[in-house]
Design a protein around this ligand. Structure first.
Ligand SMILES: Nc1ncnc2c1ncn2[C@@H]1O[C@H](COP(=O)(O)OP(=O)(O)OP(=O)(O)O)[C@@H](O)[C@H]1O
Length: 331
């Protein structure tokens, strides 16, 4: 059973540099949320703060009625066991084979016997489609396989919360689709609360139950997928629809001259809201809602053509309904 995380008024600074200010949101238990934002807006810092690796300058992080920001190191150590974290590169030990990498947290944090460890490691490797690759070294496999090995390792302690930093960085579109499907299937199976940091708009439009956008040192918006995909708020609209017209420029904010030059230009229409990815075997997920539910409940007319396909509706989109399989190693 995943747990809810409630973030209240969180602020993080490094010296005089404010990373983000007064961030408040609730990651609903068992649901998949995505955090987006231009480079350098502090998405990774947000993940590290949630897991207690960085201390915020103000605010609270409530997990199971306890504020993580006020905990002593010993309690923090216990609470961290609720988390599984997948770092960008999988953070595998290069000299250990995949089996030993995945077994590592069990050997470090539990007193389980090697035969129990073996059962768990093989089960998690199977879950991420890596059966048979146990003896490979991280350097011998593709980036996608490394990420899945990192995911298996993040799963061995049966986390309630899974934090995933840019799972698609360095992956081609097909492998990104495989890993997206894997997240949906895993979420149904383990029912943990997922937070995924990504730059990939197509994944953002089809995978999560909720979307957040960090921009210009604050949380521009956080809410259900349909709310953000139908939003007319300029920053949200521009970012989620990968458009050039809007307040976001090449180096974060456009200046007054750049904005003035856009005056009178018509915004491209909002693309259709795609169907959300469903599990490969039809198993329902806790966060899943009927298509169009949020729009109906809030009296919003979705863009024409919405909820007709999983086409993400923005340039460069892929059509795919992948199922997880092993990938060929990259030479
Ligand atoms: N330990 C640290 N000490 C000082 N500054 C830091 C530290 N960690 C991150 N920063 C700064 O915080 C800002 C946000 O970094 P972060 O890596 O969280 O951004 P991001 O949104 O994840 O970027 P990207 O999308 O490019 O990965 C950057 O300016 C970075 O230099």
């Amino acid at each position: 059973m995943g747990v809810e995380i409630r973030v209240e008024g969180l602020t993080k600074r490094f010296g005089s540099q404010v990373i983000w200010n007064d961030v408040s949101l609730t990651l609903p238990a068992g649901e998949i949320s995505v955090m987006l934002g231009p480079s350098g807006t502090g998405k990774s810092v947000f993940l590290k703060t949630l897991v207690g690796l960085l201390k915020p300058d103000a605010g609270a992080i409530w997990i199971q009625d306890r504020d993580l920001t006020q905990m002593r190191e010993r309690d923090l150590y216990e609470v961290r066991k609720l988390f599984g974290v997948l770092f960008q590169d999988g953070a595998l030990f290069g000299s250990m084979n995949l089996y030993d990498n995945v077994a590592f947290p069990l050997r470090e944090h539990t007193k389980k016997s090697e035969s129990d460890i073996r059962k768990i490691v093989l089960e998690k490797m199977d879950l991420v489609g890596l059966t048979g690759a146990e003896s490979k070294l991280p350097g011998e496999i593709s980036g996608g396989m490394r990420k899945r090995a990192g995911l298996a390792r993040a799963l061995v302690l049966d986390p309630e919360i899974l934090l995933i930093d840019e799972p698609d960085s360095g992956l081609d579109p097909v492998r990104t689709s495989y890993i997206n499907q894997l997240f949906i299937d895993l979420n149904a199976q383990i029912d943990a609360t997922f937070l995924i940091v990504t730059h990939d708009i197509n994944s953002t439009r089809t995978v999560p139950d909720n979307i957040g956008l960090l921009y210009h040192r604050h949380l521009a918006m956080f809410g259900p997928r349909e709310m953000l995909l139908s939003s007319e708020e300029p920053v949200v609209r521009q970012f989620l629809n990968a458009q050039t017209i809007g307040p976001i420029g090449m180096s974060e904010e456009k200046d007054a001259d750049e904005l003035a030059s856009e005056e009178g230009q018509e915004l491209p229409p909002l693309p259709p809201i795609p169907l959300q990815l469903s599990t490969s075997d039809g198993t329902p997920r806790r966060g899943e809602r009927p298509a169009g539910d949020w729009c109906r409940a809030n009296g919003i007319t979705p863009p024409p053509g919405s909820f007709q396909s999983q086409n993400a509706g923005v340039p460069g989109v892929r059509h795919s309904e992948p199922t997880p399989t092993a990938e060929a190693p990259v030479a």
